[in-house]
Write a protein that binds this ligand. Structure first.
Ligand SMILES: [Zn+2]
Ligand SMILES: [Zn+2]
Length: 376
């Protein structure tokens, strides 16, 4: 597994360009005796292995893609692709899933079909839908789907999950305010879009505070402001970018409606015009209660009960797994990558992040026990 992971780590490929990665994974799975279908939703692939005749099927998912980050982790198997890095540990997830695939092929001990899914483009939240649009769930039907994501900041090998929402939705917005620029000394002759944008940014802070129920969870962040102004010239254009997170489609709808209303209303009050682009990037990841119970049981057997927390707090980051889990009952589990910096504790998406090889075996033990439980 270390050899697989370190190879994959050297050749990180970003969303929908995972050609070498996909070919490598397909080669390993074929060697293990899996029936492999490639080219699903672009670079995605599925490996299937059947034992017995129960007709039941379970899917396990890993991600193929890396991030646009220049690596500074200092590992000796560092990225050979400039500007790309496996900074989210997807190389570790792939190695773990291949390890589980190998043990299941060798040892069996289940009655049904195991399908290992390797999806492209997890990071932009596009790959799961691309595979589904390509017939994934019709061509390779399954009764449930599971995935592991490593999580720095928790002790190595600790497994965390929860029933219901575990990771948030993400929507992006771009608000373009158009005024009329001019000389900085003559504000009465312009429509200053910067003042309008400032007012919009402040007013957006009332959305979560005043429009979302206090018992729901949501975040709205403005993260970037770009203008065409100069030190002594009032701009004509201001672009505000940002994103929102929530766990509930109803809250998601409120966030979008209020962003549009506030932007339009504030701009109109000042005689400026505004254009709002609001796009849905990630669905919330909602774990099925039955799948969580199964995962908790398998994890307790495989890792020991003291290593398992099935009532973990949700996370406001987002996961493309949410799309799969909205079609098929599913459960995402988080596997501690280590608590200390230098031993797996560096946060995901950092240029010095390192996946902790010591947890590969924990992931495999969990997956193998899970399959034997689901397809017992
Ligand atoms: Zn990531
Ligand atoms: Zn990730």
């Amino acid at each position: 597994m270390r050899r697989w992971r370190h190879h994959l780590h050297r050749i990180p490929e970003t969303a929908f360009t995972e050609h070498r990665t996909s070919a490598y994974v397909a080669g390993v799975l074929t060697g293990l005796g899996y029936g492999v279908t490639t080219g699903i939703g672009g670079t995605g692939l599925v490996g299937s292995l059947t034992r017995g005749a129960s007709g039941r099927a379970v899917a396990l998912r890993a991600e193929l893609d890396a991030l646009r980050i220049e690596e500074h982790s200092g590992v000796e198997y560092t990225s050979t692709h400039p500007g790309a890095m496996h900074a989210c540990g997807h190389d570790g997830h792939m190695a773990m899933l291949l390890g589980a695939a190998a043990r299941l092929a060798e040892e069996g001990g289940f009655d049904g079909t195991v399908r290992v899914l390797f999806q492209p483009a997890e990071e932009p939240g596009r790959g799961a839908q691309a595979m589904i649009d390509d017939g994934l769930l019709d061509r390779f039907p399954v009764d449930s789907v599971y995935a592991i994501h490593n999580i720095p900041g928790f002790r190595a090998g600790q497994l965390l999950t929860r029933t219901g929402p575990i990771m948030a939705s993400e929507d992006d917005f771009v608000i373009r305010v158009v005024g009329r620029g001019g000389h900085a000394s003559a504000p009465h002759l312009v429509i200053d879009p910067l003042v309008v944008a400032a007012e919009i940014i402040v007013a957006l802070q009332t959305v979560v505070a005043r429009s979302i129920s206090p018992t729901d969870t949501a975040v709205l962040s403005c993260t970037d402001v770009v203008t065409d102004g100069a030190r002594n010239a009032i701009p004509t254009h201001v672009t505000i970018s940002g994103d929102t997170r929530s766990f509930d489609p109803a809250a998601q709808a409120v966030l979008e409606r209020r962003v549009r209303q506030i932007s339009a209303g504030v701009a109109a009050a000042h005689g400026a015009t505004v254009d709002v682009q609001y796009t849905h990037e990630f669905t919330p990841t909602v774990n099925d209660p039955g799948c969580v119970a199964t995962a908790e049981r398998a994890a307790s057997t495989a890792l020991g009960g003291e290593q398992v927390d099935a009532h973990a707090d949700p996370i406001m980051a987002s996961e493309d797994f949410g799309v799969l889990a909205s079609h098929v009952p599913g459960c995402l589990v988080l596997l501690g990558n280590g608590a200390e910096p230098g031993a797996g504790g560096v946060p995901l998406h950092s240029h010095d992040y390192v996946f902790n090889d010591a947890i590969l075996e924990n992931g495999v033990d969990f997956y193998v026990e899970l399959v034997r439980d689901v397809l017992g």
